[in-house]
Ligand binder design. Structure first.
Ligand code: TYD
Length: 208
Protein backbone atom coordinates (compact mmCIF):
# COMPACT_ATOMS: atom_id res chain seq x y z
CA UNK A 1 0.00 0.00 0.00
CA UNK A 2 1.45 3.35 -0.96
CA UNK A 3 1.52 6.15 1.57
CA UNK A 4 3.25 9.50 1.26
CA UNK A 5 4.62 10.49 4.68
CA UNK A 6 6.43 13.76 5.34
CA UNK A 7 8.58 14.68 8.32
CA UNK A 8 8.35 18.37 9.17
CA UNK A 9 9.52 20.74 11.89
CA UNK A 10 11.96 23.47 12.81
CA UNK A 11 15.74 23.31 12.98
CA UNK A 12 17.19 20.69 15.33
CA UNK A 13 13.84 18.95 15.95
CA UNK A 14 15.36 15.51 15.29
CA UNK A 15 13.12 14.55 12.36
CA UNK A 16 16.00 13.35 10.15
CA UNK A 17 17.40 11.05 12.85
CA UNK A 18 13.94 9.68 13.65
CA UNK A 19 13.24 9.12 9.95
CA UNK A 20 16.39 7.04 9.61
CA UNK A 21 15.45 4.88 12.61
CA UNK A 22 11.87 4.47 11.39
CA UNK A 23 13.20 3.35 7.99
CA UNK A 24 15.34 0.67 9.67
CA UNK A 25 12.31 -0.58 11.53
CA UNK A 26 10.15 -0.64 8.42
CA UNK A 27 12.84 -2.72 6.67
CA UNK A 28 12.88 -5.24 9.50
CA UNK A 29 9.10 -5.48 9.31
CA UNK A 30 9.26 -6.14 5.57
CA UNK A 31 7.72 -2.93 4.24
CA UNK A 32 8.70 -1.58 0.84
CA UNK A 33 9.65 2.05 1.13
CA UNK A 34 11.95 4.77 -0.13
CA UNK A 35 13.42 7.68 1.79
CA UNK A 36 14.21 11.11 0.44
CA UNK A 37 14.67 14.71 1.46
CA UNK A 38 13.92 18.24 0.33
CA UNK A 39 15.25 20.38 -1.03
CA UNK A 40 17.00 17.72 -3.07
CA UNK A 41 16.42 14.01 -3.52
CA UNK A 42 17.55 13.76 -7.16
CA UNK A 43 20.68 15.12 -8.91
CA UNK A 44 18.93 18.14 -10.47
CA UNK A 45 17.02 18.90 -7.28
CA UNK A 46 20.26 18.61 -5.25
CA UNK A 47 21.91 21.16 -7.55
CA UNK A 48 19.05 23.54 -6.87
CA UNK A 49 19.48 22.79 -3.14
CA UNK A 50 23.10 23.91 -3.28
CA UNK A 51 22.07 27.27 -4.74
CA UNK A 52 19.35 27.80 -2.16
CA UNK A 53 21.37 26.88 0.92
CA UNK A 54 24.73 28.38 -0.07
CA UNK A 55 25.85 30.73 2.72
CA UNK A 56 27.19 33.13 0.04
CA UNK A 57 23.70 33.78 -1.31
CA UNK A 58 22.58 36.30 1.28
CA UNK A 59 21.14 38.50 -1.50
CA UNK A 60 18.53 35.91 -2.44
CA UNK A 61 15.07 37.43 -2.79
CA UNK A 62 12.31 35.60 -0.82
CA UNK A 63 10.25 34.94 -3.95
CA UNK A 64 13.29 33.57 -5.76
CA UNK A 65 13.83 31.30 -2.77
CA UNK A 66 10.19 30.11 -2.86
CA UNK A 67 10.37 29.45 -6.61
CA UNK A 68 13.61 27.49 -6.29
CA UNK A 69 12.15 25.28 -3.57
CA UNK A 70 9.10 24.68 -5.74
CA UNK A 71 11.29 23.90 -8.77
CA UNK A 72 13.36 21.40 -6.84
CA UNK A 73 10.15 19.85 -5.47
CA UNK A 74 8.73 19.42 -8.95
CA UNK A 75 11.80 17.57 -10.18
CA UNK A 76 11.83 15.41 -7.07
CA UNK A 77 8.17 14.45 -7.56
CA UNK A 78 8.60 13.58 -11.21
CA UNK A 79 11.78 11.55 -10.84
CA UNK A 80 11.33 9.93 -7.46
CA UNK A 81 8.14 10.37 -5.44
CA UNK A 82 5.48 9.73 -8.07
CA UNK A 83 7.24 6.61 -9.43
CA UNK A 84 7.61 5.16 -5.90
CA UNK A 85 3.97 5.80 -5.04
CA UNK A 86 2.94 4.24 -8.34
CA UNK A 87 4.89 1.11 -7.38
CA UNK A 88 2.89 0.93 -4.15
CA UNK A 89 5.76 1.91 -1.86
CA UNK A 90 5.78 3.95 1.32
CA UNK A 91 7.54 7.25 0.76
CA UNK A 92 9.28 8.84 3.75
CA UNK A 93 10.33 12.37 2.97
CA UNK A 94 12.36 14.71 5.17
CA UNK A 95 10.53 18.03 4.50
CA UNK A 96 8.17 18.79 1.62
CA UNK A 97 5.50 21.33 0.72
CA UNK A 98 4.68 22.33 4.32
CA UNK A 99 8.24 23.58 4.82
CA UNK A 100 7.66 26.05 2.00
CA UNK A 101 4.35 27.12 3.51
CA UNK A 102 5.89 27.62 6.97
CA UNK A 103 9.30 29.08 5.99
CA UNK A 104 8.56 31.08 2.85
CA UNK A 105 4.84 31.63 3.43
CA UNK A 106 5.02 32.31 7.17
CA UNK A 107 8.52 33.29 8.27
CA UNK A 108 9.50 35.08 5.03
CA UNK A 109 6.09 36.71 5.02
CA UNK A 110 5.10 35.82 1.46
CA UNK A 111 1.76 34.47 2.69
CA UNK A 112 0.77 30.82 3.01
CA UNK A 113 -1.81 31.02 0.22
CA UNK A 114 0.59 32.72 -2.20
CA UNK A 115 3.23 30.07 -1.63
CA UNK A 116 0.59 27.37 -1.89
CA UNK A 117 -0.39 28.73 -5.32
CA UNK A 118 3.17 28.43 -6.65
CA UNK A 119 3.39 24.95 -5.20
CA UNK A 120 0.08 23.86 -6.66
CA UNK A 121 1.60 24.52 -10.07
CA UNK A 122 4.71 22.56 -9.11
CA UNK A 123 3.02 19.60 -7.46
CA UNK A 124 -0.24 19.42 -9.44
CA UNK A 125 -1.96 19.05 -6.09
CA UNK A 126 0.08 16.21 -4.60
CA UNK A 127 -0.26 16.54 -0.84
CA UNK A 128 1.19 14.07 1.66
CA UNK A 129 -1.14 11.45 3.12
CA UNK A 130 0.44 11.94 6.53
CA UNK A 131 2.50 14.83 7.86
CA UNK A 132 4.39 14.34 11.11
CA UNK A 133 5.16 17.66 12.76
CA UNK A 134 8.12 17.39 15.14
CA UNK A 135 7.27 20.06 17.62
CA UNK A 136 9.98 21.73 19.69
CA UNK A 137 10.74 25.27 20.83
CA UNK A 138 13.38 27.05 18.69
CA UNK A 139 15.53 27.38 21.82
CA UNK A 140 15.54 23.61 22.36
CA UNK A 141 16.24 23.08 18.65
CA UNK A 142 19.21 25.44 18.63
CA UNK A 143 20.60 23.80 21.76
CA UNK A 144 20.54 20.43 20.00
CA UNK A 145 22.24 21.82 16.88
CA UNK A 146 24.97 23.38 19.04
CA UNK A 147 25.64 19.96 20.60
CA UNK A 148 25.70 18.13 17.28
CA UNK A 149 29.06 19.07 15.80
CA UNK A 150 28.54 16.87 12.71
CA UNK A 151 25.57 18.78 11.39
CA UNK A 152 26.30 21.34 8.70
CA UNK A 153 24.95 24.81 9.46
CA UNK A 154 23.09 26.33 6.51
CA UNK A 155 21.85 29.78 5.51
CA UNK A 156 18.43 29.28 7.11
CA UNK A 157 19.87 28.04 10.42
CA UNK A 158 21.55 31.42 10.70
CA UNK A 159 18.26 33.31 10.82
CA UNK A 160 17.27 35.00 14.09
CA UNK A 161 15.17 33.43 16.83
CA UNK A 162 12.08 35.43 15.75
CA UNK A 163 12.22 33.76 12.34
CA UNK A 164 12.23 30.30 13.92
CA UNK A 165 9.38 31.23 16.23
CA UNK A 166 7.30 32.24 13.23
CA UNK A 167 8.20 28.96 11.51
CA UNK A 168 6.82 27.08 14.51
CA UNK A 169 3.66 29.18 14.72
CA UNK A 170 3.10 28.67 10.99
CA UNK A 171 3.43 24.91 11.32
CA UNK A 172 0.81 25.03 14.08
CA UNK A 173 -1.48 27.01 11.81
CA UNK A 174 -0.99 24.42 9.07
CA UNK A 175 -1.74 21.59 11.52
CA UNK A 176 -5.10 23.25 12.17
CA UNK A 177 -5.77 23.83 8.49
CA UNK A 178 -4.89 20.28 7.46
CA UNK A 179 -6.14 18.28 10.44
CA UNK A 180 -6.77 15.13 8.40
CA UNK A 181 -3.15 14.60 7.49
CA UNK A 182 -1.29 16.30 10.35
CA UNK A 183 -0.09 14.59 13.54
CA UNK A 184 1.88 16.63 16.06
CA UNK A 185 4.77 14.72 17.64
CA UNK A 186 6.25 15.91 20.94
CA UNK A 187 9.89 16.12 19.83
CA UNK A 188 11.13 17.10 23.29
CA UNK A 189 10.77 13.47 24.46
CA UNK A 190 13.80 11.13 24.47
CA UNK A 191 14.67 9.76 21.02
CA UNK A 192 13.39 6.19 21.71
CA UNK A 193 10.01 7.51 22.81
CA UNK A 194 9.69 9.73 19.73
CA UNK A 195 10.53 6.82 17.42
CA UNK A 196 7.93 4.68 19.17
CA UNK A 197 5.27 7.40 18.83
CA UNK A 198 6.01 7.90 15.14
CA UNK A 199 6.01 4.20 14.38
CA UNK A 200 2.64 3.78 16.08
CA UNK A 201 1.15 6.67 14.11
CA UNK A 202 2.37 5.19 10.81
CA UNK A 203 1.06 1.73 11.67
CA UNK A 204 -2.35 3.06 12.60
CA UNK A 205 -2.50 5.00 9.29
CA UNK A 206 -1.63 1.86 7.35
CA UNK A 207 -4.52 0.01 8.98
CA UNK A 208 -7.06 2.66 7.94
P1 TYD B 1 18.57 20.98 5.83
O1 TYD B 1 20.04 21.04 5.96
O2 TYD B 1 17.99 19.84 5.08
O3 TYD B 1 17.97 21.17 7.26
P2 TYD B 1 17.02 20.35 8.19
O4 TYD B 1 17.86 19.29 8.80
O5 TYD B 1 16.57 21.38 9.17
O6 TYD B 1 15.88 19.82 7.36
O7 TYD B 1 18.10 22.36 5.19
C1 TYD B 1 16.88 22.58 4.73
C2 TYD B 1 16.55 24.04 5.03
O8 TYD B 1 15.67 24.53 4.03
C3 TYD B 1 15.86 24.24 6.36
O9 TYD B 1 16.35 25.38 6.98
C4 TYD B 1 14.42 24.47 5.97
C5 TYD B 1 14.52 25.09 4.63
N1 TYD B 1 13.37 24.84 3.72
C6 TYD B 1 12.55 25.91 3.35
O10 TYD B 1 12.74 27.03 3.82
N2 TYD B 1 11.54 25.67 2.46
C7 TYD B 1 11.31 24.44 1.91
O11 TYD B 1 10.38 24.27 1.10
C8 TYD B 1 12.16 23.35 2.30
C9 TYD B 1 11.95 21.98 1.72
C10 TYD B 1 13.19 23.61 3.20
Amino acid sequence: MSLFITFEGGEGCGKSTVMRLIAERLSKDGFEYITSREPGGTPIAEEIRNVILDKKNTAMDPRTEALLYAASRRQHLVEKIWPALKEGKLVLCDRYLDSSLAYQGGARNLGIDEVLAVNSFATEGTFPDLTLLFDLTPEQGMERIAKNANREVNRLDLEKNEFHKTVRASFHELAKRYQDRYVIIDASKPLDAVVEDVYNVIMSRLKK
